[in-house]
Design a protein around this ligand. Structure first.
Ligand code: PLP
Length: 399
């Protein structure tokens, strides 16, 4: 696949002038035309068509349409991705399905670097099932050696949300399958950030959200990939009417859809889906190898610039580009106020406790000038110790 457009697509995004946006790993910026898109749904579709729009505007099939836009980005075949709800819920569905596939096993293996909601959802499922399952969270580098015959499911986030370190999808999936365990890959920080070939990894499940590198908007629908050969052997944990084989038969008894659509639950959030559909069009022309090459160049440049200008900050992202996703993180005991001072200067990243400043590098709307400029501003803040001002010490609700 060769790209028909240059990789840098700044003109496709609505980012305020004078802002260098380094937080697309947390919430991607709006695609140009998002306002018109939402307005059209409200005025023309909902407003004019009212309930007819479920048929006339294709609302009912939107989750499938969007699933098929996501499929090539994560390297799977059409009609294998169901969309909707949130990542926490899609992960719950995958975990419940995985445990039902391995009823005699009791260990759920993740790692201590995983995003808390993933671990919370697992703990909640274990408590609800009340069948003596155990959650294990070794350090990331000990995961491979912790996979044994007692493990029902290995569920990991591919790119670590704090450090950007990547797990070896192929190697870990292979090891899990050797001992008969099921795998779930959380692609929250991978989809739209790195090339993925989930189908060839043979993983049973992959889940992810669409509001980070895919730019679907705050609270955009999540996705779940289920390996086609196991779909019909799973009864979903959350058996909603839209996962039913024939929702409008209004049967009293649940019969799952024959396809991945059985992982749908209830009514899709149409405005969000329309915005996501718009955002996903960008990916039709993106060559993921080219995106990766640009991501590596920009993250490497950022590391080089920051280390040279701000030696007091400690790199916590792997130096080897093959070992990291599309973000760079630095640790500092003053990370929070430093980030607040940066944001006030128009360089937006974020902070994760206890001491990590995160910078997401999205090559679709960032170039070398942005990277160098951001590094210059951070250098000034460190040199002048601007971050010491009391207004930067106030901890906000969302960091
Ligand atoms: C961002 C993120 C989430 C967020 O889950 P939501 O249900 O969408 O709020 C979950 N897991 C990981 C690994 C994440 O990075």
């Amino acid at each position: 696949m060769t790209s028909k457009l240059p990789l840098l697509r700044k003109e496709l995004f609505d980012i305020p002038k004078d802002i260098i946006y380094l937080d697309g790993n947390s919430l991607g910026p709006p695609i140009r035309g998002s306002t018109e898109c939402a307005d059209q749904v409200i005025s023309d579709e909902w407003g004019q068509e009212l309930i007819k729009a479920w048929n006339t505007a294709g609302w009912m099939s939107l989750p499938q349409t969007v699933g098929n836009q996501i499929a090539p980005v994560i390297g799977v075949s059409p009609d294998t991705v169901a969309t909707g709800d949130t990542l926490s819920i899609k992960l719950y569905q995958a975990l419940a399905a995985a445990l039902s596939l391995r009823p005699d096993r009791r260990v759920l293996l993740s790692d201590a670097g995983n995003f808390p909601t993933d671990l919370y959802m697992a703990q909640g499922l274990i408590d609800t099932m009340d069948r003596g399952h155990k959650l294990r969270t070794p350090p990331p580098e000990e995961v491979l050696d912790s996979i044994n015959e007692r493990v029902a499911v290995v569920f990991l986030t591919h790119v670590d949300y704090r450090t950007g370190r990547v797990h070896d999808i192929e190697g870990i999936t292979r090891r899990a399958h050797e001992v008969g365990a099921v795998t779930i890959w959380d692609l929250a920080h991978s989809a739209g950030a790195v090339p993925l070939s989930m189908e060839s990894s043979h993983t049973e499940f992959a889940v992810g959200c669409t509001y980070k590198y895919l730019n679907g908007g705050p609270g955009a629908p999540a996705f779940i990939y289920v390996r086609p050969d196991i779909v019909t052997s799973i009864t979903p944990a959350l058996t909603g009417w839209l996962g039913h084989r024939d929702p409008f038969a209004m049967e009293l008894k649940y019969r799952p859809s024959a396809s991945t659509e059985r992982f749908r639950i209830g009514s899709p959030s149409i405005i969000q889906f329309k915005l996501l559909e718009l955002a996903m069009r960008v990916w039709e022309d993106v060559d993921m190898a080219e995106l990766r090459a640009s991501s590596i160049a920009l993250t490497s440049l950022f590391i080089e610039e920051i280390e040279r200008r701000c030696p007091m900050l400690t790199l916590v992202t792997p130096r080897d580009p093959e070992q990291r996703g599309s973000q760079v993180s630095f640790a500092s005991e003053h990370g929070y106020p430093i980030m607040q001072a940066l944001i006030e200067r128009g360089v937006i990243g974020d902070f994760r406790r206890p001491n990590i400043m995160r910078f997401g590098i999205a090559p679709l709307y960032l170039d070398e000038n942005d990277i160098v400029k951001a590094a210059e501003i951070l250098e000034e803040i460190m040199k002048n110790e601007t971050w010491r001002e009391s207004k930067y010490q106030q901890i906000k609700g969302v960091t």
